[in-house]
Structures are given as structure tokens and as C-alpha cells.
Design a protein around this ligand. Structure first.
Ligand SMILES: NC(=O)c1ccc[n+]([C@@H]2O[C@H](COP(=O)([O-])OP(=O)(O)OC[C@H]3O[C@@H](n4cnc5c(N)ncnc54)[C@H](O)[C@@H]3O)[C@@H](O)[C@H]2O)c1
Length: 363
């Protein structure tokens, strides 16, 4: 198969590494207007064919049914390459966040439908990991009783993209380029995870807030207008009763750092670290009026890393196998959760998002 990378930066290199683990050889083509980015990419992947722009790359040869284009540019430069790739007749896997706003996301979906090709989003990165599947199994088993509450908190004191993490990519700090801060950066994974586990038909954003705690390392020479701490109170509605979710995410906060997800039901609770598969999963329940805590056997980790998952899930989706891929309407729904979060925080009003049903095989 042929893999076309638009953007040759940090994440493009991880996709190229993932391509080497596909069940068939992948020929790589890569386009980036930055000669430095292309040169750095070529150093690691000397066989990749380089292009100075995406149009030249996609127009250089006829599309084939199994071609995949990955859009690996900053968010402000997702829409045009996605549309260009669909016009060239190819399937598109776009980095997260899918778009800058709901209109762009809807435009991408229309372009996919017109081209008769699939639109995938890399927000699936953490789906399908052994510990996540163990949590889903616990939820499906009924051992938790009626699920009514989820605490989902991931607070880091100093890990701001564009400052402490990947400081060369200052675009992360400017909302006109990134679309937002910690929520737009990590929210795609958080909502993909919560939706995968709770399978809601709709999510209501009851209240939400966004802040940017100050530090002495805050850059003064570039635009820095994105939130680095966000929280919300949500209600997930699906087949069972309402599930109330307390959500918090920080790349900068002065409070204690911790990461924890816990689902509470009337008969038990399950707790895990969503983004760290090395951490154990625990189930707690009552026996004779006392709490019993058991560690859940999660099995060995699979052969793929979280960085491999987006391409591999999308590849399987195109080849008819079971997949966790977030594609088409589902990819757009996931993005709309982020927009709803921002709209709720900015307006102070409730916002509800409908969620397309999951495919059977990824339940
Ligand atoms: N860096 C990470 O750890 C990471 C992880 C997951 C997802 N992502 C996502 O991947 C995307 C890219 O992030 P990154 O960290 O690789 O950024 P980066 O700054 O390392 O690289 C982006 C590259 O895109 C190129 N580019 C800009 N406009 C272009 C265009 N129109 N055509 C072709 N190339 C263009 C730039 O020259 C640059 O080389 C973002 O959406 C980000 O959220 C990044």
C-alpha cells in the first residue's frame, strides 16, 4: 500500500514508524513546505519520496483503492489538505483535533461523502489497549450494578505543549492555529475513551470552565491565549440510567498532580489509569458489609504502541476487519464534544451532543 503524509513533523515520524508494522509493505510519500522538516524526516526514513507541497504529491500518480493519506499538520492546516486528499480520491486519516470548529468538521465529512472515501481521526490512539478492554469487560459484566458516576481527572503541573513539551512547536499556544489548549490537545483522547466505555447516545455539558494558571515560564514573545486547565460536569445518557461525569484535565496547575479514572456503580467500582497501560486496573465491591478490592488481570500488552494505533485501526477499517477506528459521523461527533465543551464554558449554558452508535465489533 501507499501512505501519503502531509506534514513531516513530530507526529508524521511516528506514523511512518507505525507503517513499518502493517501486514504489508508501505511505500511512503511525504509533503511539507519546510525543507528542514523534510530533511529531518528523510534522515530517519531515507526511502520516503519527498514533495514540497501536498498537491504535487497527491497529483503525481493515480489514486488506488487502498491508498491512505494522513494529515499530520497543525490543526489550522487540517481542512485544506483533507479536502485536497479526498479530491484526489483517497481515504484520509486526520490528526487530532480533527478541525478548528464544527463547520470545518462538517465540511470534511461532506468532502468524504462526495469522494466516497473514509474520514478517520487519530483520536483513537488509546483505544483497544489491554487495560482499557479490561475496564470495558468489567462494565459489560454487570458486576458494577447500575453505573451512575465517573471521575475522570488527569492533572499535570507543567506539561504544556509549546512550552515544557515540544517547545519548538509554538503554534500549540495560539488558539488561531491550534483551536484551543489542553482540551483540544487531550480532549479528543478523553472523549474517545469515555464514549468507548460508556457508549452514550448523547452527552450533556451541564457546566464547564477553562483557565490559564500563570507561571514565571509563560512566554511573552508569542501569542499564548489557550487554556491549560479545563473542567466540566457532564451527563452521559445511553441504554442505562444517566451517568454523571466529573471531568478535569490540566497541562498546568498549581494543585497536586494526579491521574485517575473511576466508574462507580450501585454494586461496585472500577478504577484505572486511562493513558498508562502499565498501571493496574482495580475492582472494588462489597462483601459482608466490607470493601473488597481486586486487581483485574489485564493480560499481556499487545504488539502495537499507542502511536501505532491510529494507522493500524484505520487500515483494518479499510480492509474489513474489526476496528476501533473513529470514522465519518463518529469522528465528527467526537470533535463536536470539544466544541460543545468550549461553547458551554463560554456561554455558561448547557449544550447537548448526539453520539452516533459504535460499531458492534468495538463495543
Ligand atoms: N507532537 C505530538 O506528540 C502529537 C501527538 C499526537 C497528535 N499530534 C497532532 O499532530 C498534528 C501535528 O503536530 P506535530 O507535533 O507533528 O507538529 P510539528 O510542529 O512537529 O509539525 C507540523 C509540520 O506540519 C508542516 N505543515 C504546516 N502546514 C503544512 C501544509 N499545509 N502542508 C504540509 N505540511 C505543513 C510544518 O511545516 C511542520 O513540519 C497536530 O494536529 C497535533 O495535535 C501531535
Amino acid at each position: 500500500m501507499r501512505l501519503y503524509l502531509i506534514g513531516a513533523g513530530v507526529i508524521a515520524r511516528t506514523h511512518a514508524e507505525a507503517a513499518a508494522k502493517l501486514p504489508e509493505p508501505a511505500e511512503i510519500r511525504v509533503a511539507d513546505p519546510s525543507p528542514a522538516a523534510l530533511a529531518a524526516f528523510s534522515e530517519k526514513f531515507p526511502d520516503a519520496v519527498r514533495f514540497p507541497d501536498a498537491a504535487a504529491m497527491l497529483g503525481a500518480e493515480e489514486a488506488r483503492e487502498d491508498d491512505i493519506v494522513i494529515v499530520a499538520t497543525p490543526p489550522f492546516a487540517h481542512l485544506e489538505p483533507v479536502k485536497l486528499a479526498f479530491r484526489s480520491g483517497r481515504h484520509v486519516l486526520c490528526e487530532k483535533p480533527l478541525a478548528m470548529n464544527d463547520n470545518e468538521a462538517a465540511e470534511m465529512l461532506r468532502a468524504a461523502e462526495q469522494a466516497g472515501r473514509k474520514l478517520g481521526c487519530c483520536s483513537v490512539r488509546f483505544k483497544g489497549m489491554a487495560h482499557m478492554e479490561a475496564v470495558k469487560k468489567a462494565v459489560d459484566s454487570g458486576v458494577l450494578g447500575e453505573i451512575y458516576h465517573v471521575g475522570f481527572v488527569h492533572k499535570s503541573a507543567r506539561s504544556r505543549a509549546g512550552i515544557e513539551y515540544q517547545p519548538a512547536s509554538r503554534w500549540f499556544l495560539d488558539s488561531s492555529k491550534s483551536g484551543g489548549g489542553i482540551l483540544i490537545d487531550w480532549g479528543p483522547y478523553d472523549f474517545a475513551t469515555l464514549i468507548d466505555v460508556l457508549q452514550p447516545a448523547e452527552i450533556k455539558f451541564n457546566a464547564a470552565w477553562l483557565r490559564q494558571p500563570e507561571t514565571e515560564a509563560d512566554p511573552r514573545d508569542v501569542v499564548f491565549d489557550v487554556e491549560t486547565h479545563a473542567g466540566a460536569f457532564l451527563t452521559f445518557r445511553g441504554a442505562g440510567g444517566p451517568v454523571h461525569v466529573n471531568y478535569e484535565r490540566a497541562s498546568c496547575a498549581h494543585g497536586e498532580e494526579y491521574a485517575r479514572a473511576e466508574i462507580e456503580g450501585t454494586s461496585g467500582a472500577v478504577r484505572w489509569s486511562p493513558f498508562d497501560s502499565r498501571q493496574p486496573v482495580y475492582i472494588r465491591y462489597d462483601k459482608d458489609g466490607q470493601i473488597v478490592e481486586e486487581r483485574v488481570e489485564t493480560g499481556p500488552p499487545g504488539p502495537l504502541t499507542v502511536m501505532d494505533n491510529p494507522l493500524h485501526h484505520f487500515y483494518r477499517e479499510l480492509h474489513g476487519g474489526s476496528a476501533y477506528a473513529n470514522v465519518d459521523a463518529r469522528a465528527v461527533d467526537h470533535f463536536r464534544c470539544l466544541s460543545a465543551f468550549y461553547a458551554c464554558a463560554e456561554s455558561g449554558r448547557e449544550v447537548t451532543v448526539a453520539i452516533a452508535p459504535a460499531k458492534e465489533e468495538s463495543k
